[in-house]
Design a protein around this ligand. Structure first.
Ligand code: ATP
Length: 358
């Protein structure tokens, strides 16, 4: 277990800034995700933690040790990549043993620890198999065993599941998390798959252009996105442009004027919109419901222009009257509404309308 602290980390490649004054603390034993669009700097940040890159500015601490200039093999980190990077001419056990042989451990100890690591990833007894005789999922487990065998203080994972099919990916999510928790490992996991991050992370950072746009638990980031980019990246949402009016009669909620009337919502709690300030509202499809209620706020008319039935859910596209197209997702649908010109009313709870700076 180790606490990893990143202080004012900046990295430039050929003059262009790839990481810009990044500050982050990953707690001991935490499974932390770096999430963001392609090219935002996730892998570069992970490689600094691993020791493959030196920053131009800033420091990295493992507990109270400054490791900024410490070579990779002295950091006690286990690393797992998207391409498993296994040696095809070595068998499973030899692949797993590599890190221990590099460290010149005695033969008996190597045999014991390799067997232990293979058991951990459910490959016990397969040590003498050739790499080509394994499925993609099994190869991925070998890569995990190879990272674990050195008993790392932290596990660094760079898109480890992206070469696997959907079913295996789901299975491995639980296993990787289980192994990290069971061994008390601090884990840092890079992905651009939001479901992977939401389902596995203790906390996550959403990165944008070399900066951390937001850090929080999955629920914090999903429910309280700090920016438009974060709101969109972490899940489907509808954006509605508007202008803040004033604080509403309910404390903490604000009225926003839109092209189709007033909507009442909240911010993430860290700021308040000024009267007249242009804002954007984020309203997730599953928070919209069709409603016959009268006398409620955040209720507006439209008509359905598209219907997609998916069993557990049904997804609609609603043309809001005098407003935008909005996605509506009904869970456990009792009735399927087909596209029609008839007016229908949709509504969102005040808590589900998040006001973002424009
Ligand atoms: P992806 O999800 O596509 O893997 P990422 O968020 O991991 O993306 P990085 O691989 O960290 O992004 O790259 C960030 C930026 O730095 C990109 O613009 C990339 O082209 C650039 N970059 C990465 N490594 C190098 C390098 N060794 N030399 C020059 N530029 C690099």
């Amino acid at each position: 277990m180790v606490t990893i602290t990143i202080q004012e980390l900046t990295k430039r490649f050929s003059g262009s800034v790839v990481l810009s004054s990044v500050n982050l603390q990953v707690e001991s034993g935490e499974l932390f995700f770096l999430l963001g669009p392609s090219g935002c700097g996730k892998t570069t940040l992970l490689r600094h933690i691993a020791g493959f890159y030196r920053p131009d500015e800033g420091k990295i601490w493992f507990d109270d040790e400054d490791v900024t200039r410490l070579p990779a093999h002295k950091r006690g980190t286990g690393m797992m990549f998207q391409s498993y990077a296994l040696w095809p001419h070595l068998n499973v056990a030899q692949n797993v043993a590599f890190g221990l042989e590099e460290r010149k451990r005695p033969r008996k100890e190597i045999e014991h620890r390799v067997a232990e690591a293979l058991d951990q990833v459910k490959l016990g007894g397969l040590g003498s198999r050739k790499i080509q005789q394994l499925s993609g999922g099994q190869q991925q487990r070998v890569a995990l065993a190879r990272a674990l065998v050195i008993r790392p203080k932290c596990l660094l994972l760079d898109e480890p599941l992206s070469n696997l099919d959907a079913k295996l990916r789901l299975e491995m999510r639980g296993e990787i998390r289980g192994i990290c928790k069971q061994h008390g490992l601090t884990g840092i996991y890079v992905t651009h798959d939001r479901d992977e991050a939401l389902s596995m992370a203790d906390r996550m950072a959403i990165m944008e252009s070399g900066r951390l746009a937001q850090v929080g638990t999955p629920a914090e980031v999903y429910r309280n996105p700090a920016t438009r980019m974060v709101a969109e990246f972490i899940g489907e949402t509808n954006f509605v442009e508007g202008r803040a009016l004033r604080e509403s009669s309910r404390e903490g909620f604000f009225d926003v004027e839109t092209s189709f009337g007033f909507l009442r919502g909240r911010t993430d709690g860290t700021w308040q919109p000024a009267a007249g300030q242009p804002v954007v509202l984020s309203i997730r499809p599953e928070s919209l419901t069709f409603s016959n209620l009268t006398d409620t706020s955040n209720r507006f008319p439209g008509h359905i222009v598209d219907t997609t039935y998916l069993g557990a859910t049904v997804q609609y596209v609603l043309q809001v009257q005098n407003g935008p197209l909005m996605k509506v997702c009904e869970i456990n649908p009792q009735e399927i509404r087909m596209p029609a010109a008839d007016e229908i009313r949709a509504m969102a709870a005040l808590n589900d309308v998040v006001i973002l700076r424009k």
